[in-house]
Write a protein that binds this ligand. Structure first.
Ligand code: ACO
Length: 388
């Protein structure tokens, strides 16, 4: 078989490019400026607009964090009520979106349903440059999109939102038709605060790239949902739950983890591109999971300890620590969410960050268009189809 390397028609002076940027994956490359959030990988520190994530997770609601990200400061009471009213006013689903969700097979992945719903919402409701109204509109609807699909796939009709319920509580209500327990609401609200933004993560970068082309907000958010879905990004927590369920009891944990590593599998919920110490969100989630679900927590904690020891033993020097996804799985399960809604629930939170980044990008835009290091052949002598 003729390949570029053994092809005699190749110009002898041509050579493939030899320089490669670092280890690939744009590691260490600064791709944007942002005032939204800062991730300090070595210190294990995360701030949103200067506020430490630990303070925010323990003391603020998701609505306050949305306000912080979109409007640049934590709201006073009047500003918070105003934002809450704007979010509530957006809690409607266009008929076209509902009809499309009805047409999806019940076996469709909720992330695919979410991506489809955002796209259909864009087709019916979005015109022109991204605006703050659209940011509020799409973020307000994420719980509606997901809950509608979840109920339809279970043969149930979607429910109308409850205007007195805030974002987290309304999401749980829309899924279950039950008034959610206060401790579940608090846990989910803190989870939404913790996951709302995280520097130039893959899905946020994706959203900014699309926004930089002067495309619309729905297209940018659809692309971000697609990027979040992958297991190396937001798709890990349901796999963490699968792992904990497969391990079942603490006495089986070490052999299960050793077998997984021997097969070359990655342990879900560990390792991070930026954090080379514990992810500060994991610290918060661990404590929340400990309170929410003591029995499941005991297994998870043992698995975590063993996984960290085995990663240190088998991947020395790689600095692999617990990431946000590990205890997200335990916490979201304790709130009563099924595993396949974990990543979509991450999206319910990150929608705030994505849209804030989209607005920041369009506020000071230049097309994001990097270059590639070409490694193919150069200066091939062209031969026509009849001569090949
Ligand atoms: N389990 C086992 N080994 C791992 C893990 C893991 N979870 N993570 C990294 N490694 C190993 C790699 O095999 C590699 O080993 P090698 O040097 O012998 O080849 C080394 O550590 C470095 O790995 P990279 O792929 O270069 O690390 P990168 O920074 O690209 O990856 C990532 C980060 C994708 C998160 C990775 O740690 C991973 O796959 N983790 C598991 C999936 C996961 O938990 N995803 C959620 C991430 S958090 C979030 O996005 C919200």
């Amino acid at each position: 078989m003729m390949t570029p390397d053994n092809d005699p028609r190749k110009d002898a002076t041509a050579s493939a490019a030899t320089t490669r940027p670092g280890r690939g994956g744009l590691e260490g490359i600064v791709a944007a400026t942002t005032a939204l959030s800062k991730v300090e990988g070595t210190a294990g520190r995360l701030i949103y607009r200067g506020y430490n994530i630990h303070d925010l997770a323990r003391t603020t609601t998701f609505e306050e964090v949305m306000h912080l990200l979109w409007f640049g400061h934590l709201p006073n009471r009047a500003e918070l009520s105003d934002l809450q009213a704007r979010l509530v006013a957006e809690r409607t689903l266009p008929t076209a979106v509902l009809n499309i969700l009805r047409e999806l097979p019940p076996t469709a992945e909720p992330m695919d349903a979410l991506r489809t719903a955002v796209s259909a919402w864009g087709a019916t409701s979005v015109k022109g440059k991204p605006t703050i109204d659209q940011a509020i509109g799409v973020t307000a609807r994420f719980p509606l999109f997901l809950a509608a699909f979840h109920r339809l796939r279970n043969g149930l009709d979607p429910l109308a939102s409850q205007s007195e319920l805030r974002h987290a509580a309304n999401y749980l209500y829309l899924l279950t038709e039950q008034k959610p327990e206060e401790q579940h609401v608090r846990a989910l609200d803190a989870y939404l605060v913790l996951l709302a933004d995280h520097g130039m993560n893959a899905s946020t970068f994706t959203a900014r790239v699309v926004a930089s082309t002067e495309s619309d907000i729905a297209s940018a958010v659809v692309a971000a949902v697609g990027a979040l879905k992958g297991p190396l990004h937001g798709g890990a927590p349901s796999k963490v739950l699968d792992m904990l369920q497969a391990i079942e009891t603490t006495d089986r944990a070490e052999s299960w983890l050793r077998d997984a590593l021997a097969r070359g599998d990655r342990l879900m919920g560990f390792g991070h591109r930026v954090y080379k110490t514990e992810d500060p969100r994991a610290e918060e989630l661990r404590e929340m999971a400990r309170l929410a679900s003591p029995q499941e927590f005991a297994l998870a904690r043992r698995v975590e300890e063993l996984a960290l020891a085995l990663l240190e033993e088998q991947k020395p020097g790689r600095r692999l620590y617990t990431n946000v996804e590990f205890y997200s799985a335990v916490l979201l399960a304790s709130v009563g969410l099924p595993g396949d809604l974990f990543t979509p629930t991450f999206a319910v939170s990150r929608a705030a960050g994505w849209t804030a980044h989209i607005l920041e990008q369009v506020g000071n835009n230049r097309l994001i268009r990097p270059e590639a290091d070409y490694t193919g052949p150069d200066a091939m002598r062209f031969v026509s189809l009849n001569e090949r």
